[in-house]
Design a protein. Structure first.
Length: 416
């Protein structure tokens, strides 16, 4: 089933008239009206648990009696009480719109002023919608696409993401240096404290399944005790990063950088990406860059290179980071050394357990049409089957056995 034929619930408020002003501004005097409007699923079934993604197709009539096809991507929330509560507390859709409309252009301008063209993401737009939303440029017509999350990113794609991540971190670190802390509430240290109870509930629910399936993982005898000790402290560890240590190398982190939140464009038949964009920016946080690095490398790369090339990837990221910090004239004395960056990764190694518990289960699960957010984060008969499949399938066991062994050997599961 393709995304164009998949069924998806449509918001009752979604009407063509909401886009009249946007399309009129796009086509100017040539704009006559909307000839047809067709919203379809924006992602394949089983590719998105937390939001509804729609691709909006418009056939626009112009004054010269021609028509032009236009499409946008619309993200809206599921009608799920717990998720709605989290949204209400944290204004997550408002946050993401602000990042696309304000933060991204500011960082891109810093590079333009330094003589380098860098783009981080699709363009965002505003409409007068009665519910939460994020409206973005549809990157599909420009040749952008995702890599299959079940395959993971190879060396070329991983390096492409790390370069873009280094550019993002460099620009945001320099922005913090020049202007001080962001004024937006969601980028303050207290960001997401209001949703802690919800996150603890989800972590406890998921933890039960991970611990239940732990004996299925290779080498579990070596790390079982450490996993049982860190599980009840996982949320505390992650929330501690909401208050950045001024001695760390801190920047605006993407916060949810994994395969489905990254798109690539290619030229001709070249398999190496010509461009890389971030497409989901609703969980940004100012914290140590170790968060993004651990989260991305352990959650999105192909198994054969995930751990064996980890140090190489950190060296590659560091080279890109230093190059772009220098371009932006960031103080050399504040630029982190490669050695220091590795100490940061060790300091925040528990992010790796966060990845194992909350990111890898949906990323590594085979596609299923009936997977949904409710079954993932709550305890129910339907949810039991989904979560057992997530924590016991062969792909998850293979990846997580290796990651937990690696984390344990680095001392990252230690609670001391």
């Amino acid at each position: 089933m393709s995304e164009e034929t998949a069924t998806v619930p449509l918001p009752t408020w979604l009407k063509a008239e909401l886009f009249e002003k946007l399309l009129s501004e796009r086509f100017g005097d040539k704009y006559v009206g909307i000839k047809s409007f067709k919203p379809v699923a924006g992602l394949k079934p089983g590719e998105n648990y937390s939001t509804i993604m729609l691709r909006l197709h418009f056939e626009v009539e112009l004054s010269d009696h021609t028509t032009e096809n236009v499409s946008y991507m619309l993200k809206t929330p599921h009608d799920f009480e717990m998720y709605r509560e989290i949204l209400k507390k944290n204004n997550m859709f408002v946050v993401e719109r602000d990042v696309f409309l304000q933060v991204v252009p500011e960082l891109e301008k810093m590079y333009k002023d330094a003589g380098l063209e860098v783009q981080f993401a699709a363009k965002a737009y505003e409409i007068q919608a009665p519910d939460d939303y994020v409206l973005l440029q549809d990157l599909g017509p420009f040749g952008f696409k995702n890599v299959d999350r079940l395959v993971g990113l190879d060396m070329a794609h991983t390096k492409s993401v790390l370069k873009k991540m280094a550019q993002w971190h460099a620009a945001s670190a320099n922005r913090l240096h020049l202007k001080g802390p962001y004024t937006q509430n969601y980028l303050q240290p207290t960001y997401s404290d209001t949703m802690r109870d919800n996150i603890e509930q989800v972590a406890e629910t998921l933890g039960k399944y991970l611990l239940k399936c732990l004996p299925l993982y290779e080498g579990y005898e070596e790390y079982s005790e450490a996993v049982h000790k860190i599980q009840p402290k996982m949320v505390e560890r992650i929330y501690a990063m909401n208050t950045p240590d001024p001695e760390d190398f801190n920047a605006l982190n993407h916060g949810d950088c994994w395969t489905n939140n990254i798109m690539f464009r290619y030229e001709d038949e070249n398999p190496v990406p010509a461009e890389t964009y971030f497409v989901d920016l609703q969980l940004p946080r100012v914290t140590c860059v170790a968060f993004d690095l651990m989260y991305f490398l352990l959650g999105s790369t192909q198994f054969d290179i995930q751990l064996s090339q980890f140090d190489f990837f950190i060296k590659y990221y560091h080279d890109q980071l230093v190059e772009h910090l220098r371009l932006l004239k960031y103080p050399e004395a504040k630029t982190p050394s490669l050695r220091f960056l590795h100490t940061q990764l060790l300091k925040y190694g528990s992010v790796g357990y966060h990845v194992v518990l909350m990111l890898c289960p949906p990323v590594l699960l085979d596609r299923t049409d009936d997977a949904n957010l409710t079954d993932f984060v709550t305890e129910s008969d339907n949810g039991d089957g989904l979560k057992m499949a997530m924590y016991s399938n062969a792909r998850y066991k293979k990846h997580v056995s290796a990651i937990l062994t690696w984390l344990n050997n680095r001392g990252a599961l230690s609670t001391n």
